[in-house]
Ligand binder design. Sequence first.
Ligand code: ATP
Ligand code: MG
Length: 234
Amino acid sequence: MLTARKVAKTYENGTQALRDINLTVNRGEVVYILGESGAGKTTFLKLLLGMEKPTAGELVLAGISLINPRPEEIRRLRRQTGAVFQDFKLILGRTARENVALSLRILGVGWATNKKQSEAALAAVGLADKMDNLVGTLSWGERQRVALARAVVRKPQLLLADEPTGNLDEVSVGYVAQMLTLAVEGGSTLIVATHDSRLIERLPGRILVLKEGSLTKEPASLRGQTACCDGGVE
Ligand SMILES: Nc1ncnc2c1ncn2[C@@H]1O[C@H](COP(=O)(O)OP(=O)(O)OP(=O)(O)O)[C@@H](O)[C@H]1O
Ligand SMILES: [Mg+2]
């Protein structure tokens, strides 16, 4: 699904956000990226969405090189990708249901199927009773769950989530974990930047740690909680 070889990202102001990243992620894997603030987690996810370009190395996602992709290749990748970022990018003046439905409409899903799937996705994140509320009136944690429903409803090959449980309470973390589990069961590959052990306990996966832009092995204290920790970082 994903191969990174000696990937680096240096921003124009000289900040070295990622250094010498070597990584292979297989289809259907769950991968967590841990690391302190500023370690490069969001930058890595942005490379995978084609929002930023690597400044060195090779990065291939679903057979497409992200070093110098053509616009149509980026469009193709984005259709197959669901993403939840820290700023959500929801339409505040539309309802939760409309926001989720729009994600399916772009893929050409018909009205009746769209309605059914959007409602099911919002119910799965605990928002059955808030579907018709304007997103602008929802709490931050509720918006976060709408954004996740919108990303997962399109059954993406790759699901990228940046701190999907930041500031959420236990019950909401449970909904997020349940939704991510559904995505994995549906065949999505999952790459999640998180600090949240509550999420990792509920949905085991391979743990990678970014430290000042470099990948290190997972910390010993988190080993044992994870189902699969072999390989990957080379
Ligand atoms: N557009 C940008 N221009 C310049 N530097 C940037 C830019 N975006 C991020 N950086 C820098 O790159 C480094 C990595 O940032 P990034 O946002 O990837 O970290 P992060 O691990 O996601 O942190 P957090 O946990 O706080 O979200 C930081 O030093 C940050 O200041
Ligand atoms: Mg970040």
